[in-house]
Design a protein around this ligand. Structure first.
Ligand code: DGT
Ligand code: CA
Ligand code: CA
Length: 570
């Protein structure tokens, strides 16, 4: 987690506790505002020296800046430690439940020993809450409904967070089941998932279910049968569903539980037209089962090519499969290099050598170091002198290390007037230029982005919408207008793999693809260990029906169709 997010979380908790304690509402708001300001900042607060600039940021005053500094220097905030010592942390999420105010929560805590969601549910169910002074049946009924809504309205989480957890949940199953697979939206690589779905074959089904529900991450078992189970795990409070099926039904079940529902409905319609019936057990002609063991078999009997999970959204894939025209989607193995990475010359953790070696371990032929320009001060943006030193170090690393080419790039800020943060004379000397807006999201964003693209030295636009899955809505612009402009100028658009960005996302990629745009898939990593995150960007690209040739970094570096190398559109 970025420091900003860590501190924002603590501020949010301080606000919650102050609210529980009935403290001055202005004090509560000050913490919430500071928390939002931190989350709205694009740059990582990596060191205490940058603190001087903090107090000037809207929403963060002197006292909040002091607490941020304290956290950066000591790793904790004394005020928080103090507060949390007499209110359990597990009580704080209860504030999000409708009809359950801070006063009731504190009364339930002090009088009934309520400490978390589970114990408040119990106190509601057995009438203890209703017996508290000032409560009554009606009020408690509202609270009960509020709890239900809170439980079902759980937020969706990024595929970038969910997938590693899914893999962890599948581990013990692999020891007892012949085949284990992810299903549902996570297999389709949707940008967010509501819950995780896992499918396994079984000969001894109860063993598989046992292995699943006794996974160390499981916090609560919601349902458990002979061939299925549903649990809540401690990580992100995620629900994970397991289904176990006989091997001869595995393909049909995988197809069914992968979805999407819209895709399934359309398939079943097609089956009906052919006098077949498709369900999670197989494909049937009358009583006879004619397919089911493998997904391919199910599609084949319906006269269709196999369809990759990422495009099973009823967006034309069934028609394409019928015509034998399912595109060969770009694969993670096709990626030849990653050119949006941050070293310790700006806000990354590692030196250039370490990044180069990690890229080589990925099997890449090249890696681009793409630090921030000077205007991103909080992200340690480089002045000209520092950029020069960095470029020299890249030359040095290239002389030393074989088997990987290190490239000189920049993530140059698009300033508030649309100019770039460096003059052409500097940009010309680099191998590639990625431009991005990091400040002033609401100020002429479209105009500024277009004016940046008017400079022929700009090859790529980073995270083109600026949205964050955690809540920030992004730049104030019409993305279609930017897509058109980029396609016309041969500027590529980034598919940023960071779990909170996934920007562009699948729908935007589909539109950009129709407009004839080209794409860069990158990690935007700040730690050398993060190269493998490229899979989330690849997932987005596949959901956007992209093939290898649409993606810049599937080419060897010398062949990458960079804008500055193209003859047209300058
Ligand atoms: P999510 O969890 O909201 O991110 O989305 P999914 O797609 O994973 O949905 P989920 O977990 O409710 O169900 C997993 C798959 O099971 C879903 O993609 C398709 C299949 N499925 C679930 N309910 C139905 C249904 O009522 N009809 C059909 N045809 N398929 C269903
Ligand atoms: Ca699901
Ligand atoms: Ca599910």
């Amino acid at each position: 987690m970025k420091k900003n997010e860590e501190i924002a979380t603590i501020f949010e908790r301080i606000a919650d506790i102050l609210e529980l304690k009935g403290e001055n509402i202005f004090k509560v708001r000050a913490y919430r505002r500071a928390s939002e300001a931190l989350l709205g900042m694009d740059e990582d607060l990596s060191s205490p020296e940058r603190m001087e600039e903090m107090a000037g940021i809207e929403g963060i005053g002197k006292s909040m800046a002091g607490k941020i500094k304290e956290y950066l220097e000591t790793g904790s905030i004394a005020k928080y430690k103090d507060l949390i010592s007499d209110v359990p942390e597990t009580l704080l999420p209860l504030l999000k439940i409708q009809a359950l105010g801070p006063r009731t929560i504190m009364a339930a805590f002090r009088e009934l020993g309520v400490r978390d969601l589970e114990s408040i549910e119990k106190a509601v169910a057995d009438g203890r809450l209703a017996a508290l002074p000032g409560m009554g049946e009606k009020k408690v009924e509202n609270i009960r409904m509020g709890i239900e809504m809170y439980k079902t309205g759980k937020e969706r989480i990024s595929i970038g967070l969910a997938l590693p957890v899914a893999e962890e949940m599948m581990l013990p199953l692999r020891a007892v089941a012949e085949k284990v697979s992810l299903a549902g939206s996570a297999r389709r690589m949707r940008e967010t998932v509501g819950d995780l779905d896992i499918l396994a074959t079984c000969s001894d089904c109860s063993r598989a279910v046992d292995a699943f529900v006794s996974h160390p991450l499981v916090r609560k078992v919601n349902a458990r049968g002979e061939t299925k189970a549903s649990v809540i795990i401690g990580t992100y409070n995620l629900q994970v569903d397991l289904r176990v099926v006989a091997p001869e039904s595995y393909g049909a079940a995988l197809l069914y539980f992968t979805g999407s529902t819209a895709h399934n409905v359309k398939l079943r319609g097609r089956a009906r037209d052919m006098d077949l019936k498709v369900n999670e057990y197989g494909v049937f002609r009358g009583e006879e089962m004619v397919a089911g063991k493998r997904e391919e078999d199910v599609y084949r009997i319906l006269g269709l090519q196999w369809i990759p999970p990422e495009i099973r959204e009823d967006r034309g894939e069934i028609e394409a499969a019928l015509a034998g025209k399912v595109p060969e989607l770009v694969r993670a193995e096709d990626i030849r290099g990653d050119i949006h990475t941050h070293s310790n010359y700006s806000d990354g953790t590692n030196d250039i050598r370490t990044i180069a070696l990690a890229a080589r371990d990925m099997g890449y032929g090249y890696v681009g170091i793409c630090d921030h320009s000077a205007a991103s001060r909080i992200a340690g943006g480089m002045d000209e002198k520092k950029l020069g030193a960095r470029n020299e170090e890249i030359d040095e690393v290239n002389r030393e290390i074989r088997g990987i080419e290190v490239l000189k790039g920049i993530e140059v800020d698009i300033l508030s007037d649309g100019r770039l943060d460096y003059p052409d004379r500097i940009l010309e000397k680099l191998d590639f230029v990625i431009a991005a807006i990091h400040q002033g999201f609401r100020k002429d964003a479209a105009k500024r982005m277009k004016s940046a693209m008017d400079n022929p030295l700009v090859d790529i636009i980073a995270h083109p919408t600026g949205r964050l899955l955690s809540g920030r809505s992004g730049y104030d612009l019409d993305i279609d207008e930017i897509i058109e402009y980029a396609a016309g100028k041969n500027v590529s658009l980034e598919i940023n793999s960071h779990f909170d960005r996934l920007d562009l996302n699948d729908l935007n990629i589909l539109r950009a693809r129709s407009a004839g745009a080209r794409f860069l898939i990158s990690t935007d990593l700040h730690e050398a260990g993060m190269f493998a995150n490229i899979r989330y960007g690849v997932g987005m690209a596949r959901r956007g029906w992209l093939t290898r040739k649409d993606v810049l970094n599937t080419y060897e570096w010398k062949d990458v169709p960079l804008r500055r190398r193209s003859k047209c559109c300058r």
